[in-house]
Design a protein around this ligand. Structure first.
Ligand code: PBG
Length: 327
């Protein structure tokens, strides 16, 4: 096929023609909405760097969950901001903790909405790290038991899916064992399998009040320069029993999303993280880009790269546009 016999522009001439040859469609079923559960009553604190997002007490989380499900969004992902933090992150596996209470409430009021919980200690520890600290280091093996307990407490509260985001070695196997031993063999594990040590988590750490008090997360999250290591990380999580594998962040790592899609046959999720959201919002606010258009372009690109599911703070806005048939 060569010019002038072949002219690619022929198929781009009208919107109807473009619709006919479009390869990728974003669907509301692809979207997962992350939410931040705060302790207390009637709390609705705006998160500065994430316009339209709030720290919400349980009653408001339920309203938000209802709205999301009404828009056709199939799932929410819950993060907790506990009242108190301590060295061992006890709030994380407290049967009466913020997330556990939010899960119960959502499952009783919106039972068909899939509830996913983030399993990680950083929002609950006074030092802000994702595991227990010993000699200024995050200790892997002693953290595993706590992650297992945390996941179990979420399953007991009614969570459909638990999502370990801590990046400790061996945590998927530990969580699967703990769940199975306690009769939760139907609880799904969505593992943050290839999670990078990323500057794009900045706004999230404000939202979840989870920035580390010393050092950083580079000894457990992955080096942004590595791709083969992502394949090894995902392989381990699949062997340990993950049902859904996630790549995080999404946009700067679309090569990893594609690679994971090609090498594994499980559903692939990609996390369009807080910094990716905040950049689009900030530029749109300044009038430098067309916000909704860039949002849809970003989400479609993540899907085109191979993601089946997209965790995104844009979920509600994108669902509105999709439902109105505007895209
Ligand atoms: C917890 C966790 C983080 C995110 C999801 N789970 C923060 C981190 O690892 O520091 C980031 C999500 C986002 O930026 O939207 N470990």
């Amino acid at each position: 096929m060569q010019f002038p016999e072949y002219r690619p522009r022929r198929l781009r001439r009208t919107e109807t023609l473009r619709r006919m040859v479009r390869e990728t469609y974003l669907h509301v079923n692809d979207l997962i909405l992350p939410l931040f559960v705060a302790a207390g009553k009637e709390v609705k604190n705006p998160i500065n760097s994430m316009p339209g997002h709030f720290q919400l007490s349980v009653n408001h989380i339920v309203e938000e969950a209802k709205e999301a499900f009404g828009l056709g969004i199939p799932a929410v992902l819950l993060f907790g901001i506990p009242e108190k933090k301590d060295e061992r992150g006890t709030g994380a596996y407290d049967p009466n903790g913020v997330v556990q209470r939010a899960v119960k409430s959502i499952k009783s009021k919106v039972p068909d909405l899939v509830v996913i919980t983030d399993v990680c200690l950083c929002e609950y520890t006074s030092h802000g790290h994702c595991g227990l600290i010993k000699d200024n280091d995050v200790e892997n093996d002693s953290t595993l038991e706590l992650l297992g307990r945390m996941a179990l407490s979420h399953a007991q509260a009614g969570a459909d899916i638990v999502a370990p985001s801590d990046m400790m070695d061996g945590r998927v196997a530990e969580i699967r064992d703990t769940l199975d031993e306690n009769g939760f063999d139907q609880t799904i594990i969505m593992s943050y399998a290839a999670k990078y040590a990323s500057g794009f988590y900045g706004p999230f750490r404000e939202a979840a009040e989870s920035a580390p008090k010393f050092g950083d997360r580079r000894s457990y999250q992955m080096d942004p320069a590595n791709a083969l290591e992502a394949v090894r990380e995902v392989t381990l999580d699949v062997e340990e029993g993950a049902d859904i594998i996630m790549v995080k962040p999404a946009l700067p790592y679309l090569d990893i999303v594609r690679r994971v899609r090609e090498e594994f046959d499980l559903p692939v999720a990609a996390y369009n993280v807080s910094g990716e959201f905040a950049m689009v919002k900030a530029a749109a606010e300044k009038g430098w880009i067309d916000g909704p258009r860039v949002m849809m372009e970003c989400l479609t690109s993540i899907k085109r790269a191979g993601a089946d599911l997209i965790l995104t703070y844009f979920a509600k806005e994108a669902a509105h546009l999709l439902n109105e048939g505007k895209v």
